[in-house]
Write a protein that binds this ligand. Structure first.
Ligand code: 164
Ligand code: MG
Length: 330
């Protein structure tokens, strides 16, 4: 993008929403997002509230790409999507899965603080019982130590896992888990998520041979073009995933998945199904396990219905101004 919109232009175009979640996801009960409409369409700025401005800046770059530049050409018209199961009790798995409709892959959250490995095993076993043929992945969000991850994944692997996402937080730990699983002949690939989107160098994990594949999210990586560039440079298979966005942010993820030369895994882009509302009447929820590429028509009524209260709106507009400053003039 050659020139970025000014803060005055952005403020005038901004709408802040707060959408209740159906199930708590990574501690989030209401998902807040700031939406901006530019000449190319709507963009979404929704870094989680606890992120500082430096971490939020690439998210704004992504929103501006969507609003002021648009997305690169797609090589496919629709993308396969996985269901996402938060760290719910096994007894709730069936009702969560029902929200996604038929899917060929499921990602299950594990290693949640305050829970045990027995909770994870029960949740994963229940998904496997309900969907015997699905590709199963687990996401620990870095919640294990290396010494916990290896035995945990050894047990979870009995249910058949495609891969484990960020079993431990540090890159050297990720590498250690990957090597140890291989040495023991446990067939679980390692995917890096936080080690890509939260590292100052998103390519380090690939260079250090610490993962078999990368989880790629458009918003934290600074937009679709930057994310595509990271995948190309890393030279590893990529799984596209959401940032728990409304359908506007999800459409950027779909554009990314649609533009990747190879798309070997279903994408974690079904998360609108976990929310109790959206900003469009044509929500990007999976249809038969797929999401179609295309623009989202945002509804004024829904922006109004889910409008954040004045305090939170001010908080987001202040954050927008500070983050816009960090991006400078280009
Ligand atoms: O990948 C998916 O299936 C859904 C998206 C998802 O899991 C996430 C979205 C937003 C924040 C993250 O903590 C979380 C993840 O860790 O991948
Ligand atoms: Mg993850």
């Amino acid at each position: 993008m050659s020139t970025l919109p000014s803060i005055t232009e952005l403020r005038a175009a901004a709408r802040v929403v707060s959408i209740p979640m159906r199930v708590t996801f990574r501690g989030v009960q209401h998902r807040e997002a700031l939406l901006v409409q530019g000449p190319a369409g709507w963009g979404e700025f929704c870094p989680f509230p606890e992120y500082d401005d430096a971490e939020a800046a690439p998210w704004l770059r992504g929103a501006l790409e969507a609003g002021w530049e648009g997305f690169p050409a797609a090589v496919r018209e629709q993308v396969p999507v996985n269901a996402t199961v938060p760290a719910v009790p096994a007894s709730e798995v069936e009702s969560v899965l029902a929200r996604f409709g038929p899917v060929t892959a499921v990602k299950v959250k594990v290693a949640e603080r305050g829970q045990t490995l027995a909770d994870d095993l029960a949740r994963v076993a229940e998904v496997r019982r309900l969907l015997p043929a699905a590709g199963l992945r687990v996401d620990a969000n870095g919640g294990w130590a290396v010494a916990e991850a290896v035995p945990a994944l050894t047990l979870l692997a009995e249910h058949g896992l495609e891969y484990a996402e960020q079993p431990v937080m540090a890159i050297d730990g990720l590498r250690a888990v990957r090597l140890e699983l291989r040495r023991r002949g446990i067939p679980v690939l390692i995917a890096a998520d936080e080690s890509v989107r939260k590292e100052s160098d998103p390519l380090r994990v690939a260079r250090e041979d610490a993962a078999d594949l990368l989880v790629i999210k458009a918003a934290p990586l600074g937009g679709v073009r930057r994310a595509l560039d990271i995948v190309a440079q890393a030279g590893l298979p990529a799984v596209v995933s959401s940032a728990l966005d409304t359908s506007v942010g999800i459409s950027a993820g779909v554009a990314l998945a649609a533009a990747l030369p190879e798309l070997p895994y279903a994408c974690g882009l079904g998360t609108v199904s976990l929310m109790r509302g959206d900003v469009t009447e044509q929500s990007l929820v999976p249809d038969g396990g797929w999401l179609a590429v295309g623009k989202v028509q945002v509804s004024d009524d829904l922006l109004e219905r889910f409008a954040a209260d004045p305090d939170r709106t001010k908080w987001w507009l202040d954050r927008l101004a500070r983050t816009r400053d960090l991006l400078g003039s280009a």
